[in-house]
Design a binder for this molecule. Structure first.
Ligand SMILES: NC(=O)c1ccc[n+]([C@@H]2O[C@H](COP(=O)([O-])OP(=O)(O)OC[C@H]3O[C@@H](n4cnc5c(N)ncnc54)[C@H](O)[C@@H]3O)[C@@H](O)[C@H]2O)c1
Length: 253
């Protein structure tokens, strides 16, 4: 990858997305920041670090939307060396009882959005001789959810996260498939699977669950971002098809 390297970070207005954009900027990357919410603040923080930044509105569930974002990056920066798929929504409800609409909403953003963004960057990465894709999965995509036996049955159903977990397991599987499909193109594809990270998504995370984290605290967005930057680096291209846990010891596999 010639300098300056260019990354697209989706969900860049959020906790992990913004931290990932900044970690990449610190490592010398220019960054395109895309989100349904305003990402101008995160873009300005990238510029403060001396890198170019481009903030764009994007709904990752739109194929035309992600294609337009990639086209604009190619027009403005000339290349796209890494895609970091951070955009995501939390979902609630048990698999047995959640409404169909909730299932569709969560799968559309977390899984289909990741799939569409990957498809949108692959032609450019192939044409330029390589690239990196880093997806954000989740501990919940591996462990069947964090059990909360202290809740009554109705509350357990409300606080379940089955669609979310299934979407993230899908992200892990998509990572495996793309890693094999794209290995010969010098495109490494990996995922980070965070445990509970302090962010807008986890403001209601219960203390009883926090107590189950072996390191005794929630993680930080910066701790996830460090791993994102490592997996995006040109020097780590032999790491591919890997799901890296960042979960304080809460789940090991
Ligand atoms: N916080 C955690 O504990 C945790 C744990 C495991 C995985 N994750 C994953 O990390 C990622 C980032 O989460 P976060 O904690 O920073 O939460 P966050 O809510 O701060 O960030 C998520 C961002 O995604 C954006 N987004 C939502 N729908 C979108 C769409 N359709 N198109 C474009 N952008 C959209 C939001 O606007 C937001 O800025 C998510 O994929 C989440 O599932 C978070």
């Amino acid at each position: 990858m010639p300098e300056p390297r260019v990354a697209l970070v989706t969900g860049a207005a959020g906790g992990i997305g913004r931290a990932s954009a900044l970690a990449l900027a610190e490592a010398g990357w220019d960054v395109a920041l895309a989100d349904v919410r305003e990402a101008a603040g995160a873009a300005e923080a990238v510029r403060v670090l001396g890198r170019r930044a481009l903030a764009m509105a994007l709904d990752v569930t739109s194929k035309a939307g992600v294609e337009a974002v990639v086209a604009r990056i190619l027009a403005e920066f000339g290349r796209v060396d890494a895609l970091v798929n951070v955009a995501g929504v939390v979902g609630f409800g048990s698999a047995a009882e959640m409404p169909e609409a909730e299932w569709d909403r969560v799968l559309a953003v977390n899984l289909k959005g990741t799939f569409l963004a990957c498809q949108a960057v692959i032609p450019a990465m192939r044409a330029q001789g390589g690239g990196r894709i880093v997806n954000i999965g989740s501990i919940i995509g591996k462990n069947g959810g964090n059990a909360r036996p202290w809740l009554d049955r109705a509350e357990q159903q409300r606080s379940g996260s089955a669609a979310y977990g299934v979407s993230k397991a899908g992200v892990h599987a998509l990572t495996f498939f793309l890693a094999k499909e794209l290995a010969a193109d010098n495109i490494a594809v990996n995922a980070v699977a965070p445990g509970p990270i302090a962010s807008a998504m986890t403001t209601t995370f219960p203390d009883a669950l926090k107590a189950l984290i072996p390191v005794g605290r929630m993680g930080t967005a910066e701790e996830v971002a460090r791993v994102v930057a490592f997996l995006a680096a040109p020097e780590t291209g032999f790491v591919t098809g890997e799901i890296v846990d960042v979960n304080g010891g809460m789940w090991m596999d």
